[in-house]
Design a protein around this ligand. Sequence first.
Ligand SMILES: Nc1ncnc2c1ncn2[C@@H]1O[C@H](COP(=O)(O)OP(=O)(O)O)[C@@H](O)[C@H]1O
Ligand SMILES: O=C(OP(=O)(O)O)[C@H](O)COP(=O)(O)O
Length: 403
Amino acid sequence: MKTIDELLAEGVKGKRVFVRADLNVPLAEGTITDDGRIRAVQPTIEKLAEAGARVVVASHLGRPQGAPDPAFSLAPAAARLGELLGADVAFATDTVGSSAKETVAALTDGQVAVIENLRFNAGETSKDDAERGAFADQLAELADVYVGDGFGAVHRKHASVFDLPARLPHAVGQLIATEVGVLKKLTDEVKRPYVVVLGGAKVSDKLAVIDELLGKADRLLIGGGMAYTFLYAKGYEVGISLLQKDQVDKVKEYMRRAEETGVELVLPVDVLASTDFPDLKTKAPAVFETVDADKIPADKEGLDIGPKTRELYASKIADAATVFWNGPVGVFEHPDYAGGTRAIAQALVDSSAFTVVGGGDSAAAVRTLGFDENAFGHISTGGGASLEYLEGKTLPGLAALEG
Ligand SMILES: Nc1ncnc2c1ncn2[C@@H]1O[C@H](COP(=O)(O)OP(=O)(O)O)[C@@H](O)[C@H]1O
Ligand SMILES: O=C(OP(=O)(O)O)[C@H](O)COP(=O)(O)O
């Protein structure tokens, strides 16, 4: 892969450089609650701008359905990028339409523009090669060079991640290079015991990686939304908790295999359960009860791991040599359900293990709960991406940057 420094050595002055970033930041009422992903790609953008490139930054945000949706606009992220750079950042209100074309054409050397959410165009995420390719062709008209630096999205076979670099001279950005450098250590020379903590809400994505992890980790601690599919597979009532019913057989198979191979697959023993999902806007006090994992009432959903589970998981982390954690174990955005996630973060900080926290929300949780980023070995901007990298999979966004 060509590095950003090699690209700069070739000269980028006056060239339009398309930077595929991951600016998928958490928003509350249009306000960014954690700008970590923007800060993470800032060095690449700065280097290019300082070298006189006309920088076109592109990203997705959330999961809009292939059409413009103001709730998923990248405008707040563009504004924040401008503040961080201390420069005017132009914003195009579409991705490949007249606004994008005019905005890019108006760039002068060293200036930066952000184009609107790539997923406002159905071609970005299409499973159809031709449809994705047609969108990539349009994106390619906006640039002379491509820099891949959206680590959080490298596991997605999307137009801007996979198809576009095939159409332009390309290089790898500084963030992806750093991320891959650290994660490589977890595949090449992992120190044991190796503990993986999995939580979050992207349940089907994450259940898929457990297959491989069972062959790699010594202990797998399950929390967050995915825990309930496991508890259900054990025969427990999970009420109205997140449940992936179509995955129950697969999960049963995981539990069988874990037992056979001696991998500790650890599930919550108690949870905080409520009839209502909490109000994340007002953060009004939640009404919940702490129940054993086999006693979740039929009208309630599990929203955090309980105190016994926090203690159990901390003890499973305490003697680890390596810990990888992806996915908050509860709805940490509400203070009443942040305790489990805080306990996991604290256990990582207290252990002498090499610790990696991965994922947009996991990284945001660590920071918004007040932990010092330096207390962790590495905070990765990608959750799904780092999990799939650790699985040993070929990631479309990395493969596309080779050659
Ligand atoms: N029990 C639960 N029920 C519903 N949502 C949950 C639960 N536990 C965690 N979550 C949610 O999971 C989200 C993060 O999931 P995910 O995107 O998979 O993590 P990451 O971005 O770190 O990879 C958070 O917004 C959190 O509120
Ligand atoms: O937030 C992201 O991934 P993550 O939650 O796995 O860290 C990335 O921006 C990818 O988003 P996607 O999972 O909607 O493709």
